[in-house]
Ligand binder design. Structure first.
Ligand code: KIV
Ligand code: ZN
Length: 515
């Protein structure tokens, strides 16, 4: 029998460190429920000490999730560990993940600490974490650029102090597969008490090698991989969960461990959910979850696939949940069918009023679009949450005029702190005109960093899902909007981003700042 590979998902923590990808408490709970349905072993829900909002989100995930272990991140500091321990109290199974940097450059330039002090603080942190749970993970941050002897010293000491998982991060994505694999092998061989802990890896994708490095580590004895849905994460992202899982599953002939416990058919659901909530679209050629991943475009391939699927396909689309674009509901579907399908997608309503409100939105959508797919339902719930979170500014109405040979123009009415204000503007296109009209009212001073439109399903009646990324004073937010009219979806996304950027949030970043 091969070992089980522990899948540690950090979408809600490292994924959230992507620019503008911050998630609300309810959004985190929705994603955590979907991950639990996939039977992910560990869900890292956040960094509780970062802000009261982060604390509440970790606590809410700890309450909602029953089958997966819920983990909270903490620096190697008493106050961080205490907050993590407190937030995780409601969990059936909890883990505290504590870390401190061990590379010469991080110790000298960031921590301004001597190596001896780092060892001492790491040991102290692990002992402190053990006061809250028996399940303690320790990470030597920037292990990929740390000295081997020093890493061995720190890791041996933290195992003695009670760490049960040793996570080796390639924090800056600097390693290459062979090198990273031998690092894991060397650590396991050289640390005298290495058999007392599970070795884990956490790879960043700066050189596009996060998945390859993680898998090389697995070949060399790592039995936990930290990864994220769609490879979301700081900078170029983390190793993608779907790629790790499907590689180990598809190439079970060569891997010394398995992911048989995972419900891989939930992968697409999680992918769409994370993309919709964070506003990070999935590129069409992304492995496993991209729109083209199982589309056999060329005639030769189609012919081969029709004769025998295995000629060009190494895995089945349905094994990762690609039953996409299946019509699930329509205009005549009742409340019960609506509620049941959403429950299957991991969405439950807290009150009858909430259900009624969502059902009203569904009926409006079904009037415009006859076939409603899972993707539409997910977007509908995301949209409802977004609008509920728009406390300051809302879109009341928009009229755009676009005609060949004429300059497009937009007339918009916004509700700003209960007062309705209208403005009109021309622009180079209807979206540009709408954004300019909004800015005539708000004068936000924000820089538009990204504007992207995606169709949620196929067909010209599909809803467009728009992401707008705004920057102001170094802070970055993503706003989202969905509608069958993409100009309206764009205005909704812009309004959502403005709501987020105007809201002051004091939030610590786990890997920057003081220790
Ligand atoms: O990339 C990294 O080193 C991290 C640690 C906090 C594990 O995210
Ligand atoms: Zn990371």
């Amino acid at each position: 029998m091969t070992d089980r590979l522990i899948i540690f998902d950090t979408t809600l923590r490292d994924g959230e460190q992507s620019p503008g990808a911050s998630m609300t408490r309810d959004e985190k709970v929705r994603i955590a429920r979907a991950l639990e349905k996939m039977r992910v072993d560990v869900i890292e829900a956040g960094f509780p000490v970062a802000s009261p909002g982060d604390f509440e989100a970790v606590q809410a995930v700890a309450k909602a999730v029953k089958d997966s272990t819920v983990c909270g991140l903490s620096r190697a500091l008493d106050k961080d560990i205490e907050r993590a321990g407190e937030a995780l109290k409601p969990a059936n199974s909890s883990r505290i993940h504590t870390f401190i940097a061990t590379s010469p450059i991080h110790m000298k330039m960031k921590l301004r600490m001597e190596p001896d002090q780092v060892v001492e603080q790491a040991v102290k942190a692990v002992k402190k974490a053990r006061q809250f749970t028996d399940n303690v993970e320790f990470s030597p941050e920037d292990a990929g650029r740390s000295e081997l002897d020093f890493l061995c010293r720190v890791l041996e000491a933290v195992i003695d102090a009670g760490a049960t998982t040793l996570n080796i991060p390639d924090t800056v994505g600097y390693n290459v597969p062979e090198q990273f694999g031998s690092l894991i092998k060397n650590l396991r061989e050289r640390i005298p008490n290495s058999d007392k802990a599970v070795f884990s890896v956490h790879c960043h994708n700066d050189l596009g090698l996060a998945v390859a490095n993680s898998l090389s580590a697995v070949m060399n004895g790592a039995r936990q991989v930290e990864c994220t849905i769609n490879g979301l994460g700081e900078r170029a992202g983390n190793a993608s969960l779907e790629e790790i899982v499907m590689t180990v599953k598809t190439r079970r002939d060569i891997f010394p461990c398995n992911v048989d416990h995972l419900e891989t058919t939930q992968i697409m659901n999680c992918s769409r959910l994370v993309s919709g909530i964070t506003g990070f679209p999935v590129q069409p050629n992304k492995a496993i979850v991209g729109a083209n991943a199982f589309a056999h475009e060329s005639g030769i391939h189609q012919d081969g696939v029709l004769k025998s699927r295995e000629t060009y396909e190494i895995m089945r689309a349905q094994d990762v949940g690609w039953s996409a674009n299946r019509m699930v509901l329509g205009k005549h579907s009742g409340r019960n069918a609506f509620k049941t399908r959403l429950k299957e997608l991991g969405v439950e309503f807290e009150s009858e009023a909430e259900l009624n409100e969502a059902f009203g939105r569904f009926k409006d959508l079904a009037d415009k679009k006859h076939e409603i797919y899972d993707e539409d339902l997910q977007a509908l719930v995301t949209e409802a949450n977004i609008e509920a979170g728009n406390e300051w500014l809302n879109l009341v109405s928009l009229r755009v005029c676009s005609e060949t040979g004429e300059t497009p123009d937009a007339a918009i009415t916004l509700r700003l702190n209960e007062e309705e204000i209208s403005a009109q503007s021309e622009g180079s296109g209807p979206v540009d005109a709408s954004f300019r009209a909004i800015e005539k009212i708000i004068e936000s001073g924000c820089n538009l960093q990204l504007y992207s439109v995606n169709n949620i399903t196929s067909g010209t009646d599909s809803q467009g899902e728009v992401t707008v990324r705004l920057e102001k004073g170094g802070r970055i937010v993503n706003g989202q909007g969905a509608d069958t009219d993409i100009v309206i979806a764009s205005a909704k996304a812009y309004v959502n981003a403005l709501n987020k950027i105007m809201e002051p949030v004091e939030r610590a970043h786990p890997q920057k700042g003081e220790v």
